[in-house]
Ligand binder design. Structure first.
Ligand SMILES: Cc1cc2nc3c(=O)[nH]c(=O)nc-3n(C[C@H](O)[C@H](O)[C@H](O)COP(=O)(O)OP(=O)(O)OC[C@H]3O[C@@H](n4cnc5c(N)ncnc54)[C@H](O)[C@@H]3O)c2cc1C
Length: 388
């Protein structure tokens, strides 16, 4: 049996980031994935400013023309009604996950991680894992980066997530027609507690809807309506995947086994962004594993990881609070009207995607507007009219 300081299960953005980081620390690393690369991954491929920063820090890579298209034009809708058309948005980058993930996996292997591909893990103990072909590998620490249906999370906790409380998304890649401009589109009403997106790439537009599973009794019907609204190809078969947004794991691991990325539920519950958080958490987990091994105490990895991943969890908690304003029926109308009326909310939203603002900044901006809001509500209640 071959033994490693660290085995990383899953070579998406989270796993490859963990493997690259661990190799920088000089650990012996194996990276296991049930797929071979390139492989498809259902995803809008919107690569935010935060993702850009993480990729630069971990992989020493910049956004390049061969892997990304860039656009600064976005339209926001609610039920097909235009809320905002922003032509000078902070740049948004879009990528095809098939190519992007293969690139990051290649970086992990180049950094020194030994790949075991095309085999899912079928057994996991405290010290070893077994692949479907019977290969057994030993480890001192292990990182579960195996996505939303994580085998590692299931082994630790019985099931990866509660399918009712997490999200579900459907997507198609519809051909890019010449009459279509390059604007990114978002519709806040295309799904309940979620949204619809049309993200143009070089040859196709990724069109999808996603939202909390239990709030959308018929996601296929939502998708059919959105496909129609965006004039997309109606003959294409929808592909679907769970999306753990809003249900992050308070305890992402145990002792020397850590969960990162989707396996830990690290997806923004409003925007659905997960790539950046996957890379960041992968890096934190690998740093924690390396530090624990240096101390000669692999079981300390979890405690060290919790310290580093705490800020990500706190920002997801804050986003969950915002979700309680944006999505419930009672307040959704207010959110949509605010979005339509003023430039501050769309701009803050875009700054967040660009990695230039956080939910705390929106909170601050909203607090500053509370007197105005109270005045507006009072006026409305008392039936005041603007003169003229
Ligand atoms: C419809 C949809 C749209 C999205 N759009 C966006 C977007 O536009 N922007 C954004 O930032 N995020 C988006 N996300 C979220 C984003 O895709 C994820 O958060 C991100 O991929 C998480 O990365 P990861 O490395 O944790 O997991 P993954 O990318 O899922 O990688 C997990 C890896 O583990 C492997 N694996 C799984 N099980 C096993 C096993 N048993 N044994 C071995 N290997 C295994 C898989 O083959 C895979 O390679 C979207 C998600 C969905 C579903």
């Amino acid at each position: 049996m071959k033994n490693y300081d660290l085995i990383v299960v899953g070579s998406g953005p989270a796993g490859s980031a963990a493997a690259v980081t661990a190799c920088k620390h000089g650990l012996s690393v194996a990276i296991v994935d049930k797929a071979t690369f390139p492989r498809d991954k259902l995803c809008g491929g919107l690569f935010t400013g935060r993702s850009q920063k993480a990729m630069r820090a971990i992989f020493s890579r910049e956004v390049s023309d061969d892997m990304f298209s860039t656009c600064d034009h976005i339209r926001f809708y609610a039920s097909g009604d235009l809320l905002a058309d922003v032509k000078d948005a902070p740049p948004m980058h879009l990528t095809m996950r098939r190519d992007f993930d293969a690139m990051l996996h290649g970086d992990a292997v180049d950094a020194g991680a030994e790949p075991y591909l095309g085999q899912p893990i079928t057994e996991l103990s405290d010290t070893a894992l077994t692949l479907r072909d019977g290969t057994t590998l030993g480890f001192k620490t292990l990182i579960g980066a195996d996505g939303v249906n994580s085998f590692v999370a299931r082994t630790l906790f019985g099931r990866p997530f509660d399918p009712e409380t997490i999200g579900f998304g459907l997507e198609i890649e519809t051909p890019l027609v010449p009459s279509r401009d390059d604007a990114v589109e978002v519709d806040f009403d295309a799904a309940q507690w979620g949204y619809g997106w049309a993200f143009p790439k070089r040859k196709t537009v990724t069109v999808g809807v996603g939202g909390i599973n239990s709030r959308n009794a018929d996601m296929k019907a939502n998708m059919a309506a959105y496909v129609d609204q965006t004039n997309s190809d109606t003959d294409l078969k929808y592909k679907g995947q769970y999306l753990p947004f809003g249900d992050y794991k308070k305890a992402p691991g145990r002792n020397h086994i850590l969960l990162v990325g989707d396996a830990a539920g690290l997806v923004d519950p409003i925007t659905g962004e997960g790539i950046a958080l996957a890379m960041e958490s992968g890096e934190h987990a690998a740093n924690a594993a390396a530090q624990a091994l240096k101390l000669g105490a692999p079981h300390k990895a979890y405690k060290l990881y919790m310290k580093a991943v705490g800020p990500i969890q706190r920002s997801l908690s804050e986003a969950r609070l915002w979700r309680m304003i944006m999505f419930p029926q009672a307040t959704h109308g207010y959110f949509v009207r605010t979005f339509k009326r003023g430039s501050w909310l769309p701009m803050k939203y875009l700054q967040m995607l660009a990695g230039e603002a956080e939910y705390a900044d929106i909170r601050f901006a909203l607090i500053q507007r509370i007197p105005k809001l109270i005045w507006r509500l009072t006026k409305h209640k008392l039936g005041f009219r603007q003169p003229g």
